[in-house]
Ligand binder design. Sequence first.
Ligand SMILES: [Zn+2]
Length: 277
Amino acid sequence: MGDVVQYPQGCARPRSTVGPRPPGVWGLDIGATKVALGTTAESGVKVRATVATPPSPEGLLPWLRSRLPHRLDGLGVAFPGGLDGHERVTSWPNRPAWDGFPLGKELGQLASAVVIRDDGEAAALGECRQGIAAGRRDVMVVVLGTGIGGAVVIDDRVRAGAAGDPRTLGHVRILGSNGCVCGAMGCAQTALRSLPSDDGLGPRLAAWPDGQRLIDFVADLARILDVQVVLTGGLMERPVLRYETVARLNSLGLIPLVPEHPGRSSLLGATVLERAA
Ligand SMILES: [Zn+2]
């Protein structure tokens, strides 16, 4: 695989000093339902291509080869699953066929340098470096998608969690007896299962008790850690829920930040991972 690039821990960087990356550096966001390729642009990130996440990783490689430039200097990758020390997939509950796949080795064939990080961590870096949180030193990013990812940046450094695994944010047990894909009961991300469907006026937070507990959990964490909050992903793409969530966090004395491009924070982060070292 390509050279290992030192991972950037810093977050705060004035937006004015961060320009578009060279065209030879791309970002790849591998999500549970969608894979996206992008490059940085003045407005944040330019989406170059998307595709439904294939059931098996072997199905992704031909698509990547057909979309990426032949001479690629760097590839930053946001990935929600677990990896071992050789960047082989150890667990991805939504996609068991990916278990054991040598992700780092295979992607290393596509670029001179490859950096792979947890998607929540990538989202935090992306929003801090080129997004809505640029220049802030203390930020919590919560990604509500198929599951819940996220990361906390305190004093300009990404805090990866007690176990070095930022994905634990979605697996804090706050909801009683709901079974989770991780095998535990009551994980925070099981709240997403009871999210009402959108019906024109949209669901309201009051009609989603698990969602209220989830937002209160996020607010409590942010208040304990004394950080602002960025919420992004599926939930925040629903205008009514976004409005109500922002209002709720505001009422609790927090300063909620909404990404300029909801749903693209991880991709934005992927595009800055490799070059931000
Ligand atoms: Zn869980």
